[in-house]
Design a protein around this ligand. Sequence first.
Ligand code: ZN
Length: 493
Amino acid sequence: MGFMRSRNFVIIAVVLSLALGSCGKSQQTMTSLPDADTPTISASNIPQATVTVTPAPTMENPEYVIKLALDYGQKQASVDETIKYQNQSGQELSNLVLAVEPNLWADCFTLKEIRVNGQVSTAFVLDGQKLELTQVLAPLEIITISISFTLAIPQINVNNQAAIIRTQVFGYTSRQLNLVDWYPFVVPYVPGQGWLLNDPATYGEHLVYDSASFDVTVRFAGETAPVVAASGAETPISDGKRFLLDKGRSFALSFSPDYLVKSQDVDGVTVISYYYAGNALGGQAALDATVRALQIFSQDFGTYPHSTLSIVQEETDFSMEYDGLYFLERRLYFGYSGADTDFLPTIAAHETAHQWWFSLVGTDQANEPWLDEGLSTYSERLFNESFSPEKGEWWYLARITPDENKNCPVDISIYGFYDYNCYYTESVYKRGAMFLQAVRDLIGDQAFLAFLKDFATQFAHRRASTQDFFTFLHQSSDADLTNIIQEFFREAH
Ligand SMILES: [Zn+2]
């Protein structure tokens, strides 16, 4: 997520969130099967463990096959999803937990049927964003979960962002429909801790993902067949659109009949910019900046892992990253001046950097948000100084405003930053970037860049924690980081 928000917005959002609580979101929602008893978990309907005679072959990652029928005009979707998941936890599991983000919206998500290995299952509970299946799964056992559901897609209130409380990318406006985190997915299982599904918060992202492969087919049920921007590369089919994404965290789609499109190939990657009439300069600038950032970051952090990267002009004032696709906030397009100091290219570089610090290297965005946001913010500097050292310095002073941000801890969660009288963006983004600058100043350019590349390579398609970051940093450099860590972090590392 980018940060171009004003302080006023943060204050308003905090006040409103305290006043309204979970405004507009359904809580404790239970969806049951049609013509079936309310699904409950009881001993009688727990399936017996399958006896595995020979170890199943190891799947590279979970596989999602999703067939979407979208009525763009009616804002309705019908979805058949099949998940192939292998228990790679090293232990027997007694349940599976899936995140169902659309169920955070009132009257949005309707579950039609769940099948486990082809058999209709009633052994599940859907409560808010959590779908829990009671299912014994032996080590290395592979399970196939088929889920049919419909979505009544919610409207995005583009003119009253504060009232939305949380960032809302999911939903539709008068000329755009976005499907992000729109299907149930199995959350990561952490041995010793269990399933990792964080609560939503007022600010920041809360989901954590395993790397997975996606095969997504889109067919249009209504009269309108809009332009489609997608996380994956399109592969031709006769009666719709099919997209494939390997080793991604999530699969996002954005639709609009009004998108104009520019694209450019760079080092085998097709970068595609989707924008609206009247914003061609911004659409071109977003494309140019993303192409450049892709080259810089591929060089600095390792090769970009996908064959496409799409930029979508957002209808709100939020930018947000997904695998192979990011949304860029509208005001950057509306106000794009073409001046050397315009922030559009910098924010485009930030969201592009998330392809490494979010997509490639997964992190716990809720509890350790600095890890992807601090690194993506600092990557803005690498992008800017690729033009000239002076531009890198301009960026640091203009964007980070180091003199104003002296005391906020970097290691805060999306739930706890109010405790430190610090704005979320100051702690996580700005102080995170200041910390990385301090490390670079101490260990030198060469060691710093080598560390970033090694870190990305080491944790590619896996998840890294703050502890992993420091373990790896200490291994990469003999420099004494004690004082720097004390200055920026609450915890010693
Ligand atoms: Zn970000």
